[in-house]
Design a binder for this molecule. Structure first.
Ligand code: DGL
Length: 274
């Protein structure tokens, strides 16, 4: 059997990264891991995330023996990517807030960074802004409401448009927000609300996220690394038939059952608990 990719998030947000990975590499088996026992990450401290995520990924790697790990979570990546890489002896792809593509897309040179509270306060966001958006005004807003709405949407609960509009106002009502034309969705949960965000926008805004860039990076790394448990050449992934994949949660909960139809639509039919 071919070793899987391990795609990790606090919840269902990483599915917005899994979708472009699947589109590019349909035959690759995936273990999608959601730390629902630790959810949400966005309201936690740096110390809590930095101690939880490397230990948890260590357990997941021991159990599933993936060939590559994708931290499909901006909060975990911006805080814990270095300790995770130090702890694991395999390639780890992180999620970078999409400030560079947002700056490239913006005509007004006013961009938004919509992430969790923990992500938008990271020095990493300062560095990305200085490097890729030095001539832009960068407006940040941290939202836990959108994270919860995305989780609920995948459990079949339609998001309240007024609540989405209020969160967008958190960006647009800041100084210079009237000129903002592009929003970096710096939380992997938020692309799951792409239609609702567009519908709630008071004027057309461009939303960008890092999903496809991560998928390209994963494809590149897989084409350069030998499968761990397989004799199949790595280049054969695109031709391989869809392999069985699974979701793993860190705690049983009725919410997990409610997610089954959504997980099925991402090709995740089996569910494990760590
Ligand atoms: N999906 C996560 C992110 O990209 C965080 C959501 C949360 O647990 O607060 O930041």
């Amino acid at each position: 059997m071919t070793a899987p990719l391990l795609v990790f998030d606090s919840g269902v947000g990483g599915l917005s990264v899994l979708a472009p990975i699947r589109a590019l590499l349909p035959g690759v088996p995936v273990v999608y891991a959601a730390d629902n026992a630790g959810f949400p990450y966005g309201t936690k401290t740096e110390a809590e995330i930095a101690s939880r995520v490397p230990a948890l990924l260590g357990r997941l790697v021991e159990r599933y023996r993936p060939r590559l790990v994708v931290i499909a979570c901006n909060t975990a990546s911006t805080i814990a990517l270095a300790p995770v890489r130090a702890a694991l002896d395999l390639p780890v792809v992180g999620t970078v807030p999409a400030i560079k593509p947002a700056a490239e897309a913006s005509r007004s040179r006013v961009i938004g960074v919509l992430g969790t509270a923990a992500t938008v306060r990271q020095p990493y966001v300062d560095r990305l802004s200085a490097e890729f958006a030095a001539d832009c005004r960068v407006i940040r807003y941290g939202s836990s409401v959108l994270v919860d709405l995305a989780e609920a949407k995948l459990r079949g609960i339609a998001p309240d448009p007024a609540a989405i509009a209020r969160e967008l106002a958190g960006l647009l009502d800041q100084p210079d927000g009237d000129k903002l034309d592009t929003v970096a969705l710096a939380c992997t949960h938020f692309p799951l609300l792409a239609e609702e965000l567009a519908a709630a926008s008071p004027r057309p805004l461009t939303f960008v996220d890092g999903g496809r860039g991560i998928a390209r990076r994963v494809a590149y790394l897989l084409s350069n690394t030998a499968p761990v448990l397989s004799s199949t050449p790595a280049q054969d992934h695109r031709a391989a038939p869809p392999a069985s994949s699974r979701a793993v949660f860190t705690r049983p909960s009725p919410d997990v059952d409610a997610l089954r139809p959504a997980l099925h639509s991402y090709g995740l039919d089996e569910i494990d608990f760590l």
